[in-house]
Design a protein around this ligand. Sequence first.
Ligand code: NAP
Length: 253
Amino acid sequence: MITPQRYGPWAVVTGASSGIGREIAVQLAAAGLSLVLVARREDALAQLAATLPGETLVIPLDLAAPGAPAGLLARTAALPVGLLVNAAGFGSGGAFLDTDPIAESQMVDVNCRAVLELSHGFARRFAAQRRGGIVLFSSIVATQGVPRSANYAATKAYVHSLAEGLADELAPYGVDVLASAPGPTDTGFAHRAGMTMANAESPVRVARETLAALGRRRLVVPGGFAKLLTAGLTVTPRFLRVQIMKQVMKSMT
Ligand SMILES: NC(=O)c1ccc[n+]([C@@H]2O[C@H](COP(=O)([O-])OP(=O)(O)OC[C@H]3O[C@@H](n4cnc5c(N)ncnc54)[C@H](OP(=O)(O)O)[C@@H]3O)[C@@H](O)[C@H]2O)c1
């Protein structure tokens, strides 16, 4: 259960300007935590902050920029933080040959490098205080290669594996690490990725199931459709999974 005593009094939420991160922030504030809200769009963060009960600190930041995660760690050094939610991230869809290599590289910076640097910095703090939580956003695309979204799926494979390793390593320090692996969710993600989504889950449910799993499990697949798809993929040979995801991605891009 999320309480200020266990995971607060402050939580840092990246990607809080939209979608899943925004809903996580809303639900954490309702649970009594104070929030550091991080994303590039300062106006959206400020609007959210104005609606939340309790204290907030808005930090507009481009996590693709070198030094940005270190800057966030420095800005929050004096705050008693007990929870990090790494929800900032984006994807892309379509032929790999047509993608912009700079944007794809920035995707690695936001989805992987920033997640690594923030998780490392906060893990040290949480281990020293012998309590805390770190949430990382994987995806149903993380467990096989995905044609027409190959780099995005690879970034999520990295996050999935990182979370799995850290969950075991940090448990003796009283630090709970959770990978959340949603399926299609109705957020700003599809628009930025140039995709269309059917059977999209609500970010409210994804946030709720993710926070409910923290401290209880190391991996959660939030949402009904994602659970169904994951169950089907789990019993399918890997080479076939790639072909299934290829068809899924074809219909979405
Ligand atoms: N939606 C899905 O279908 C789905 C499925 C599985 C996993 N996920 C994962 O869930 C997480 C949340 O995504 P979402 O669905 O909520 O998408 P979203 O509505 O587009 O939200 C993404 C968030 O990331 C922030 N962000 C993007 N680039 C950033 C940057 N360079 N620096 C700082 N912040 C940045 C965005 O804020 P600004 O634009 O203001 O910077 C926004 O707050 C992501 O990691 C995504 O990969 C999503």
